[in-house]
Design a protein around this ligand. Structure first.
Ligand SMILES: C[S@@+](CC[C@H](N)C(=O)[O-])C[C@H]1O[C@@H](n2cnc3c(N)ncnc32)[C@H](O)[C@@H]1O
Length: 280
């Protein structure tokens, strides 16, 4: 099976132009959705979200008869879908993707991505807590848990458990515990200059390149959502939802290849890998 190619230049251009209209101001997500694909494209060479080997292993375990129906819980763009498709293609497994995301911008990007591949993704725009869909073999949540405030996280983990088939797996790639962020003005300025230079190198006009640079700074200095979850809290959330924890491991080092890692401006907290199973 061939791994998918993400038409990231098109998807980044689309989100940069359309997010101000598509993102709901009440969600405050425009700063994120407008810049995310552009940063992946221009500063990270199109890198997919980190954790491919972990997801490939978990998804292969969850697959049934060579197919895996995967719920992507929150998608900032099409990167997680691309990573899941790549992970499954590497194992010769056919993917059936279900994307749950409350914002119209990433939903539209995933639709464009699916069209580009000639595939169908089951797209659900709305609050994942109210999602109803046919059971899935696996839930993939990449850096999503902490997007919901702490009092809603029990309902989120219960939603994952409700949507999984018996025996299905939850796979999280997630920062747990304290997040340390301290971008200084000089580092921000240097990364803004890199973004603008990369944009101009792609033939983007100087004024748009400046807007892209400003959007990058807005992204890196955005207000971070809510508190994070500690390992012991996550254990409790999984147990309350009736999920059996199979693995909870903090990675010893930063995922520097990840699109969210930009030296000097991202959090210095390593990611954790979490695998849990719905009994049955
Ligand atoms: C940090 S991003 C996820 C990162 C991501 N997995 C990636 O690398 O593509 C969080 C996403 O969750 C979405 N989101 C936040 N709350 C949500 C909710 N209650 N239901 C569905 N999506 C939600 C946001 O719109 C945002 O796109």
């Amino acid at each position: 099976m061939t791994p998918p190619t993400e038409p990231l230049a098109d998807l980044a251009r689309f989100a940069f132009a359309e997010a101000p209209d598509l993102c709901d101001p009440a969600h405050g997500c425009c700063v994120y959705h407008r810049a995310w694909s552009t940063i992946r494209l221009l500063l990270k060479d199109g890198a997919q979200p980190a954790g491919m080997d972990f997801f490939a292993e978990g998804l292969a375990q969850a697959a049934v008869n060579g197919r895996c129906r995967v719920l992507i819980s929150g998608a900032a763009d099409s990167g997680v879908a691309a990573m899941v498709l790549t992970a499954l293609a590497g194992r010769g497994i056919t993917a059936d993707l279900v994307v749950a995301e409350r914002c119209a911008t990433p939903i539209a990007q995933n639709r464009r991505f699916a069209d580009h591949l000639g595939l169908h993704f089951e797209l659900h725009q709305g609050d994942i807590l109210t999602l109803d869909c046919a059971p899935v073999d696996a839930v993939v949540a990449h850096s999503f848990l902490n997007f919901l405030p702490a009092h809603l996280r029990p309902a989120l983990v219960a939603t994952w458990a409700r949507l999984l088939r018996p025996g299905g797996l939850v796979l999280l790639h997630q920062k747990l515990g304290d997040l340390r962020w301290a971008p200084d003005a000089e580092t921000l300025g240097a990364n803004r200059a890199r973004l603008e230079a990369q944009a101009r190198a792609r033939g983007i006009d100087a004024q748009t390149a400046q807007h892209i640079g400003a959007a990058g700074v807005a992204f890196w200095t955005r207000e971070r959502p809510h508190s994070t979850t500690r390992e012991d809290e996550l254990n409790d959330l999984l147990a309350q939802a009736g999920l059996e924890q199979i693995r909870l491991e903090s990675l010893g080092q930063l995922s520097v290849g990840s699109p969210s890692y930009v030296a000097g401006v991202s959090s210095n907290t390593p990611q954790s890998l979490v695998m849990a199973r719905r009994p049955g």
